[in-house]
Ligand binder design. Structure first.
Ligand code: HAM
Length: 426
């Protein structure tokens, strides 16, 4: 038997209602905040991620699905959405009006070749937003507020916002050097990855799971001591805005995030629901001033986030939030003979054209078995087509809740059903 490729999974019809629910809340909330949807390709030129996500990141060094296509081009399945959205923003000159904040949202599959565990797969789904064009700290607060609002609407309670600042380019440069000076004397004691990170991206040492307990971690310099006045003022403004909006947060000085493009605000939303496992970051994001220019556009700032939809579904389950399933049909048509079958088929189409969700038998079942099937599909009504009745231009309709059956004319069946459907839900 051929099975799903390692690191991927099927979302079956029995679970799809959870995804539809999640997607509808995402869409509604993003549109409420005036974001517009953008859909970019699943694969892009590999260069985009090397430049966009960063040469030294785990994503680029270890996790990309990269291959040569038949034209010998290096192609990569997108590991994240920000670089793709920024590429599209630049390519289509969405910055035509530079005094405009371009607000975009997206959702879809992403690909990273990672070690599998609960909440971590190789094909996973993200939704994200990118607000490109303004350096106003209120944009950062608004983006964070939008994500918190989605959590609130989903009913997730056991979540926490962690926030930090990486400062501007200048502050970051100073901090980077301080980290190199701090970790250099113990380089040999660090894991292989951190030894490389020391030269390439020392900030990433701070969120290394392997070296977490090393004594040098506890005494490592803190970003907050290296922030220049502008960076401090920026962060203060973001925090004040969050307080104004009633959004609780916790400052986490060790939060650096795994992608190279961040500066100023970085944040993450984690779940602390028991039993969730170690992959407890539901999502996060931050400011990426400089990325648009890196990808060939003008020097405009950006801010955004992405959340793992698979992890959000797991969080909904872990918090035991039930989602109403509307797994039912309005009408099941029971046909009693071959002669009534043609009319049944015609009626089925007529009902569907009138937005009445309808179904019939496709297995030549006996009448009793057709009723059983109607029950299985949670039909609200059955329509029974008998030969004699049909000759008199009549059919029977049965309310499956009250079990009351009436004979009605075959003319205007759809109107009759719509009327009865209104009474049914009362
Ligand atoms: P990220 O932190 O790499 O950020 O990914 C965001 C979220 O995607 C993670 O917190 C997690 O929930 C989910 N995720 C990542 N990898 C996996 C995986 N292998 N399996 C399941 N879920 C996963 C970004 O991708 C940035 N582009 C976010 C951003 C947007 N920053 C600014 N704008």
């Amino acid at each position: 038997m051929i099975q799903t490729a390692k690191g991927t999974y099927d979302i079956l019809p029995s679970d799809i209602h959870k995804w539809h629910y999640l997607e509808s809340i995402i869409r509604k909330t993003c549109e409420l905040y005036n974001y517009q949807e953008i859909r970019t390709p699943i694969f892009e030129s590999t260069d985009l991620f090397i430049r966009g996500v960063g040469k030294s990141t785990d994503i680029v060094t270890k996790e990309m699905y990269t291959f040569k296509d038949k034209g010998n081009r290096s192609i990569t399945l997108r590991p994240e959405g920000t670089a793709c959205v920024v590429r599209s923003y630049v390519e289509h000159k969405l910055y035509a009006d530079l005094n405009q904040l371009t607000k975009l949202y997206y959702m879809g599959p992403m690909f990273r070749y990672e070690r599998m565990q609960k909440g971590r797969s190789r094909q996973f789904h993200q939704f994200g937003v990118e607000a490109i064009g303004s350096n106003d700290p209120s944009v950062d607060a608004e983006v964070i507020a939008l994500s918190v609002n989605i959590f609130r609407q989903l009913g997730l309670k056991k979540v926490k916002v962690l926030i930090n600042t990486l400062g501007d380019k200048e502050s970051r440069k100073q901090y980077r050097q301080a980290l190199i000076d701090h970790f250099k004397p113990v380089k040999e004691e660090l894991c292989e990855d951190c030894q490389k990170r020391l030269e390439q991206n020392p900030l990433r040492i701070l969120d290394c799971k392997v070296d977490k307990a090393h004594k040098a971690m506890k005494t490592a310099p803190m970003m907050s001591n290296y922030l220049n006045e502008d960076s401090k003022a920026f962060f203060k403004h973001v925090l004040e805005d969050l307080e104004q909006l009633g959004i609780e947060y916790e400052i986490d000085h060790s939060l650096v995030r795994g992608l190279d493009y961040y500066n100023h605000t970085v944040y993450e939303v984690i779940t602390y629901v028991p039993g969730f496992g170690s992959q407890n970051a539901l999502g996060g994001g931050g400011r990426y001033n400089g990325l648009v220019e890196e990808i060939g556009g003008p020097d405009v700032p950006g801010m955004g986030f992405a959340f793992g939809m698979d992890r959000l579904i797991l969080a909904l389950e872990a918090e035991e939030i039930t989602i109403d399933t509307k797994d039912e049909v309005d009408v099941y048509i029971v046909s009693t003979s071959d002669k009534t079958e043609i009319y049944a088929f015609k009626l089925l189409e007529l009902l569907r054209k009138n937005y009445i969700k309808s179904e019939k038998d496709y297995f030549n079942r006996k009448v009793k078995a057709q009723f059983k099937q109607a029950d299985k599909l949670n039909a609200k009504f059955t329509i029974i087509i008998g030969e004699e009745e049909l000759n008199n231009e009549q059919i029977s309709i049965k309310n499956m809740k009250t079990q009351i059956q009436d004979v009605i004319s075959i003319h205007n069946v759809e109107k009759e059903i719509k009327c009865r459907m209104e009474d049914y839900d009362e």
